[in-house]
Ligand binder design. Sequence first.
Ligand code: GMT
Length: 375
Amino acid sequence: MKIAIVCYPTWGGSGVVATELGIALANRGHEVHFVTYRQPVRLGLLNNRIHFHEVHVPEYPLFQYQPYELALSSKLVDTIKFHGIELLHVHYAIPHAYAGYMAKQMLAEENIHIPMITTLHGTDITLVGKHPFYKPAVTFSINNSDVVTSVSENLKKQTLEIFDIKGDIEVIPNFIDKSKYSASFTDCQRSLMAADHEKILTHISNFRKVKRIPDVINIFNKVQAKTPAKLVMVGEGPEKEGAELLCEKLGISDKVIFLGNSNEIDRILCFTDLFLLPSETESFGLAALEAMINKVPVISSNAGGIPEVNEHGITGFLSDVGEVDEMAQNALKILEEEEVLDRFKDNAVKSAEKFDILNILPLYEEVYEKAYKSR
Ligand code: GMT
């Protein structure tokens, strides 16, 4: 099929999932067209099956807010017509489903009928989408999508609770490409980060409030007081500066390494012993899954869809949001004995394999086919 994918091109989970899905679809022989304002960060070389169409929003002084949705819907109309696109898949409801709906309407005027699949990712529902300023438009765009998918059972449940949804929501969980990780590096450079006797804990996120960055630091502080350890912090966002200050205040700045954004998180996860994800809310927790496929157990909160990924007592431990002491104790339970750590590592990778793209991609293809036939 010829598929247009709309997503955020940034480091956020929804953009990563959309990009990896597009690449996998292209590898299966589909023709994939990404339509967004910048080339997605995880998208490498383009080829004859992977195209990128940039949405330009010209600055005009009359506008206090430049109309991105308008530019996106126009770009979609042109791209769909020019390339004979058969299906539109938008990731993250705001404003992509809204712009996609408008594109569909414009195309229908010219007798071109194209199905739209909307994938809900999390904050488009649980934080931003439910705000009264956006809620009517988000409800409308979801109800006017031909197929709606959600990345976890929990996100589906929350969507049905928050919005007045008329149709079905199919759960298609996030995924990882196992083959990429099993081909892991022979040159895992652990010594760059820590001495042999130190354990390495890692956190990867966009450093927003929902990630509870101070909890990450406080958990680590308690762990390092009992066992030699380093914390690797990967990502950029509004909470980063506060985190650096907190480390200084706790006197652990020399044990915490802030790496910024990275395109090679598997190179970091290959030497990680434990992943921390104490989020306030998380529809799925792709970062946890990426850790697990790299043999890294997870200490997390039990918010949202995380329990669908991290299994308590098997691949890591889950606690109520904010239970920093318990999370630190659980971290030590895993780290302090090598056999326990090895068991959790093995369980993590085994459990992550359920989410291999080979199992998940056919679910998207099935949905595409159904939507295309019923257009
Ligand atoms: O984690 C973020 O804040 C980024 C956000 C996004 O939409 O880019 O991530 C959401 O989508 C990911 C991919 O489906 C999920 O794994 C994350 O759990 C979800 N984040 C939240 O719900 C906070």
